[in-house]
Write a protein that binds this ligand. Sequence first.
Ligand code: 13P
Length: 249
Amino acid sequence: MRRRLAAGNWKMHGLSADLDEARALARDTATARCERLICPPATLLAPMAAALAGSGVLLGGQDCHHTASGAHTGDVSAAMLADAGASHVIVGHSERRSDHGETDDQVATKAAAAHAAGLVAIICLGETEAERDRGQTLAVVSGQLAGSLPDSASAVNTVIAYEPVWAIGTGRTPTEAQIAEVHAALRGALQRLLGGEGAGIRLLYGGSVKPGNAAAIFALPEVDGALVGGASLKAADFAAIVSALDSSG
Ligand code: 13P
């Protein structure tokens, strides 16, 4: 059984005062059955770990360097994230791929570094609108998956997030049939690449998930949860998404 996961990606949002939102989320979802994860900016990891101690809400980073330490000004290693209280790290988010030119190869080395530090890697992939319009969605996401998965990937240490680039922060989402089609293709590809382990890897959908559309998305086959951006910043919205996930599983 794949445990369902509601993951919030705060992106470059969040100051100390926003720890109250995390506390409210923990309080309002205290009886949740699904896993709850917040990925705040790196500056908030340690204080959020303290604020959420004992709550069961997990913490993740938003990126890590592919080496454990060294002369890399401004970068953060997976071991540093773990030391600050993280159990997870997002790698290969489309904003990293576009803002920083990250390639599938680099994403795979980051995921491997996360695994070496004992973190769960949430590997993100998704097509652009132009790629979808050209009918290339399944080829693009399958290629990203094969290129971004390190040899160390297992059902325990890896989560895949399908985030169509054109759905991120836009209020637009694929149709339910489109989400189901991509998730089925990703499940098939995971099983071809990893055998039995591929059946156990969780597949999240991300891109404009809100309280109003979460239940319909979570009802789809092969959707094991969500990676939520904007709606994860407000405890009430994220709690409603957590509740929809619990109700669907
Ligand atoms: P939004 O939920 O704001 O569309 O962001 C999705 C996302 O990029 C999560 O990683």
